[in-house]
Design a binder for this molecule. Structure first.
Ligand code: ADP
Ligand code: ASP
Ligand code: MG
Length: 413
């Protein structure tokens, strides 16, 4: 008898018909003899809706109250899913994050899981029920309700799968797996059958929303294999697994884009030890997540430093950088929010020269200017103007031969 954790995203439970379809799928697994645990997100766009309401009502929005508000979305969804199961004769019980035993830190809106005490979930399973657990929530060491953050339901599912020693963890969504790029943007995108945690982490970190980054980190750390698949067609999807020796190494596995960052440049800094340390320590103290950093070669002992930060951290970043200008001896601070990072990812690039050259030439041949470049062993990222990003993704997807129905094709470097 297999134990299967199944997580359903917002679109998968968006209305009554969808919820009934999910219940029918659970019944199919039960007929096969599986023990099923469900994790459910808020219905449709409910989380966005609640966030908007909070903005309309208050400019203060204390974290504790935000978490109380947002977790209401998942709470509604689990009750309805459990009722739909009852309707077709499947015994089940819904659980909030705290009832399911998710203990978190006190960091509201982005709480981290400290421990999962799954007693009630195990008891429900032993009693022959399907536990239906509210995603992305828990209770803090201070005893308050907490929200794990956007996309946190994927992490709830992985943590439950780990805690139960489940045989599989299925993340159901509105596309049939992880694709070589966003299939809504590039219809020729190909479904990836198997991908390693390392490649998936790079894709998630650079803009692929599925599965959520933190859930991939959690799964990779605990060796939980993930299966991303469709709640609409129910066909087999993408397996995210530990790299296997016989795994086909694609030169390029996928292309991502991320328009969520802004670029900041501090100009004419003196080229001496300690300047970068002072600047980035000040930003770290304000909890700014700096991503790409580029320092220009110095001329006359002066240099520029450019870096990217999330849009919603731009304001504090500019505050800090401007406040430090005098102390650092810089001549100015400028920012641009209209940028996007375009990345190519693939473990095979480690042993395949020419990927960077091909990427840069393709962008140049199409008049797309590269603003910044960064790399890891299995990724190359370029910052380009936001208006060029989608075109860049389409061009790169084509030039690396990813739309040919074969996910691991060779290309001419
Ligand atoms: P859910 O709410 O079901 O958890 P999300 O809406 O967060 O799922 O993510 C699914 C969406 O991710 C898809 O609708 C798809 O448009 C988008 N997406 C972007 N890039 C990719 C990719 N490379 N592969 C699959 N989906 C992608
Ligand atoms: N409903 C929350 C969100 O949209 C949590 C989740 O679905 O993972 O971010
Ligand atoms: Mg989602």
């Amino acid at each position: 008898m297999d134990t299967v954790v199944q997580k359903f995203g917002g679109t998968s439970v968006a209305d009554a018909d969808r919820i009934r379809e999910v219940a029918d799928n659970v019944a199919r697994y039960r007929r096969r003899g599986d023990r099923v645990v469900l994790v459910v997100s808020a219905m449709g766009k409910e989380t966005d809706h609640l966030l908007r309401l909070a903005e309309e009502v208050s400019s203060v929005r204390p974290g504790r109250e935000m978490d109380m508000l947002i977790t209401a979305g998942e709470r509604k969804a689990v009750a309805l899913v459990s009722m739909a199961l009852a309707d077709i004769g499947v015994p089940s019980a819904s659980f909030t994050g705290s009832q399911a035993g998710f203990i978190t830190d006190t960091n509201h809106m982005a709480a981290k899981i400290i421990e999962v005490k799954g007693d009630r979930i195990r008891a429900a399973l032993d009693a022959g029920q399907v536990p239906v657990v509210a995603g992305s929530q828990g209770y803090s060491t201070d005893g308050d309700v907490t929200f794990l953050g956007r996309g946190g339901s994927d992490t709830t599912a992985v943590a439950l799968a780990e805690m139960l020693g489940a045989d599989s963890c299925e993340l159901y969504t509105d596309v049939s797996g992880v694709f070589t790029t966003d299939p809504r943007l590039v219809p020729e995108a190909t479904k990836i059958k198997r991908i390693s945690f390392d490649e998936m982490l790079e894709m998630a970190a650079t803009g692929c929303p599925k599965p959520a980054m933190r859930s991939v980190e959690y799964a990779s750390r605990h060796g939980v294999a993930l299966h991303v698949r469709s709640a609409f067609t129910w066909e087999p999807g993408t397996w995210i697994v530990e790299e296997e020796p016989d795994m086909e190494q694609a030169v390029i596995r996928g292309i991502t884009q991320d328009p969520s960052q802004a670029k900041v440049t501090v100009a004419n800094l003196p080229d001496r030890p300690g300047v970068a340390g002072t600047l980035f320590r000040a930003l770290a103290n304000r909890h700014v997540n700096v991503d790409m950093i580029v320092q220009n070669t110095s001329e006359a002992q002066k240099t520029d430093i450019s870096f990217t930060v999330p849009h919603d951290e731009l304001e504090v970043t500019l505050e800090e950088a401007n406040a430090l200008m005098g102390e650092l001896g810089a001549s100015g601070v400028s920012a641009s929010a209209d940028i996007a990072r375009v990345s190519v990812i693939g473990a095979g690039m480690k042993s395949h020269p020419g990927v960077a050259a091909t990427m840069f030439e393709t962008l140049a041949d199409n008049d797309i200017n590269i603003d910044m470049i960064s790399t890891s062993t299995i990724r190359i990222s370029c910052v380009v103007a936001q208006v060029d990003a989608e075109r860049a993704v389409r061009l790169l997807h084509k030039c690396f031969g990813l739309g040919d129905g074969d996910e691991a094709v060779e290309f001419d470097a």
